[in-house]
Design a protein around this ligand. Structure first.
Ligand code: SF4
Length: 473
């Protein structure tokens, strides 16, 4: 077991973040002042912050001291950096994003003047520093197109036609809840109708996500869109995106309904173009279905189609992922989003598993690099980027766009700098308050909606009332 004793500070969060990146599961004892990782080398470290704010990490067993000899950071970041340097040396592992542990490395990148600075201060690998720096500039540009006083809407539909084996979202398999879909649609309508008359702010962006919003029947889907457009008074300037997700839920009728509302953005997500993997993951479609649906959406006139891929899927090699990237590039959608698989229970890094994990990390890392290279070569550029806590392989999720087609909602939502009003189960509404003297840091207040779809069905009016109070509408 590896133990980190905190001295001169109480930044448990930062210590836990860094330990988790190396070893997976960790636990804390705040009373006794330490954090431990059970599946790790037997060693005790002392992480100290001195009165002048500098930080160092010592190994108790041999008095070895790790300290960064360069630009000082604020205490929370210093703590992370000195612990990262120690663990990196002890395990012989350098992580692609260095000591940047948060979900938004681009926020840190936006504070720096160059990719080199970012790499130097936070020990970020050169290619990731360049990616983070470039993406942060594009995110800032796109965020500037979403006025701070406007509202951004999320409509969540946590149902899918079947459950993918790797899924970590709160979605329900409709084979168990088919009869509930109509009730869920009616519940969202109720919530929208209860809140809409009180909304007096312009709506900049609207995103229907899930789950799979197109899981509804044709009639339910049309009814919900009619309700959204008439109640929320969506104007033609509003960017509207519908995550159609699985091709097995997309019908010509639903595409026509979306186009009749002038919706120009849709997501059709293969995750992989390898049929064998799709079958093993429990998805009820093939790569041919993806191509067919993509072509149909193109014929119907959708301007921007986003397609998601996942690197590091079970049953796949890095080459399989690169092959999927090539196939999507051939199709040529406006956006391609590359995710790295989030593993809830990933293999911990014990001494015995170091080599295995490093091999697997290396394979996915190299595949993601090659995928990005192909995307750049085909004229795509990164426009938003985030990491999930405990992202497998220490990598990131990156949205790529051709030309000026980046999704404003994605940028606004990840920025924590624009208000989000969420309808439906599991949604998180946010109010983001500008902080004096800082363009990038906002104070965020959150109002979650109950995650369980069936509880939401019974209480969507109460959910609307809570949000009305939260937004002071
Ligand atoms: S389609 Fe997406 S949300 Fe639905 S089960 Fe699969 S991964 Fe989860």
């Amino acid at each position: 077991m590896l133990k980190v004793i905190l001295k001169g500070h109480d930044c448990y969060y930062g210590i836990a973040d860094i330990l988790r990146m190396f070893f997976g599961e960790i636990s804390e004892d705040r009373e006794k002042g330490f954090v431990t990782a059970s599946d790790a080398p037997d060693i005790t470290l002392i992480n100290t912050v001195e009165d002048d704010g500098s930080s160092f990490t010592e190994v108790m067993q041999n008095a070895k001291r790790y300290v960064f000899d360069g630009v000082p950071l604020e205490a929370g970041r210093e703590v992370r950096r000195s612990l990262y340097i120690a663990l990196s040396d002890i395990t012989g592992t350098e992580l692609p994003w260095g000591c940047l542990s948060g979900i938004r490395p681009t926020l840190v990148a936006s504070e720096e003047d160059s990719a080199e600075e970012l790499a130097k201060k936070y020990l970020v690998r050169e290619d990731k520093a360049a990616l983070g720096f470039e993406t942060s500039r594009e995110e800032m540009r796109l965020l500037g197109l979403v006025p701070h006083d406007d509202l951004n809407i999320y409509v969540g539909v946590p149902f899918c036609p079947s459950r993918c084996s790797y899924c970590s979202f709160i979605s329900e398999d409709i084979s168990h809840h088919l009869g509930r879909l109509g009730e869920y649609e009616a519940a969202i309508e109720k919530e929208i109708r209860a809140l809409a008359p009180h909304i007096d702010r312009r709506i900049s962006t609207l995103y229907m996500g899930g789950g799979t919003p197109t899981v509804f029947s044709d009639e339910q889907f049309a009814r919900l869109l009619d309700c959204i457009y008439s109640e929320l008074k969506i104007d033609p300037g509003c960017e509207v995106t519908v995550e159609a997700g699985r091709p097995d839920t997309i019908t010509g009728y639903k595409l026509d309904v979306m186009r009749s509302h002038n919706i120009g953005r849709i997501c059709i997500n293969p995750q992989t173009m390898r049929n064998e993997t799709l079958a093993k993951l429990g998805r009820l479609h093939t790569s041919e279905d993806i191509v067919r649906t993509y072509e149909l959406a193109g014929e119907k006139g959708f301007e921007v189609i986003n397609m998601d891929l996942i690197a590091g899927l079970p049953h796949e090699t890095g080459d399989d992922f690169v092959d999927s990237v090539s196939k999507l590039i051939k199709l040529g959608p406006g956006n391609i989003t590359v995710h790295t698989l989030y593993k809830k229970r990933r293999a911990a890094l014990s001494k015995a598993t170091v080599l295995d994990r490093e091999e697997s990390r290396g394979d996915i890392d190299a595949a993601v690099r090659e995928g990005y290279r192909l995307l750049y070569e085909a004229g795509y550029h990164p426009y938003y980027l985030y990491r999930q806590k405990d992202t497998g392989h220490g990598l990131e999720n990156t949205g790529f766009a051709k030309g000026d087609t980046g999704c404003l909602y994605n940028v606004a939502m990840m920025s924590d700098a624009r208000d989000i009003l969420s309808f439906g189960a599991g949604g998180m509404s946010k109010r983001c308050f500008e902080q004096a003297g800082s363009a990038s840091k906002h104070r965020v207040e959150r109002c979650p909606t109950v995650k369980d779809a069936l509880t939401y069905i019974r209480g969507s009016i109460e959910a609307a009332e809570r949000k009305r109070a939260f937004f002071e509408l």
